[in-house]
Design a protein around this ligand. Structure first.
Ligand SMILES: [Zn+2]
Length: 176
């Protein structure tokens, strides 16, 4: 097994919509194993294929009960409301309380091609929503309220400065 490097905010691949998996062949099985290893190493509770630069509708997750994978997963029902301090391996180090539906129904297939229907709420429900968003090219910052979004963009813009710009800016601000 091998690990991937995780793509971060600003990488255009994170904005692309992943294609359904038509054929679960050996390369897809290897990809799943490598994604699990990458998620565990990060560490994270979920990882979508787009985050490692692969445009396939696959995500892995592990909320403490061992790793699982869902292919061609889609949220088909949702209800309720839950605020949770949410982060993302592609937007490292930043967390925001985000309101989303609490209960969801996820439909997809497993790595053997069997149909899956999983009802989930709270953390697992949140992971399903977060990862299917990734596969639709949506990042968690798009789920922020307007004030959170402004704050997030300020931080992310300052991060995307190159080291020289960063130095110049620190000087300007008198922070050495
Ligand atoms: Zn994420």
């Amino acid at each position: 097994m091998a690990t991937y490097s995780i793509r971060t905010y600003g990488d255009p691949v994170l904005r692309q919509v992943a294609a359904d998996v038509e054929n679960i062949d050996g390369s897809v099985q290897r990809l799943i194993d490598d994604m699990v290893e990458t998620m565990h190493e990060a560490p994270g509770v979920g990882l979508a294929a787009t985050q490692v630069g692969v445009q396939k509708r696959i995500f892995v997750y592990d909320v403490g009960e061992g790793p699982s994978v869902v292919l061609n997963g889609r949220i088909t029902e949702s209800s309720g409301e839950w605020v949770y301090e949410e982060g993302c391996l592609s937007v490292p180090g930043l967390y925001w309380p985000i309101k989303r539906p609490n209960q969801v129904l996820l439909e997809g297939i497993d790595r053997d091609g069997n149909e899956l229907k999983i009802e989930a709420s709270e953390l697992l429900g949140r992971v399903f929503q977060h990862e299917t968003d990734h596969l639709d090219g949506i990042l968690l910052i798009e789920r922020l309220d307007p004030d959170q979004y402004k704050e997030a963009m300020k931080i992310l813009r300052s991060r995307s400065l190159n080291p020289d710009q960063e130095k110049a800016k620190r000087k300007l601000l008198g922070r050495g």
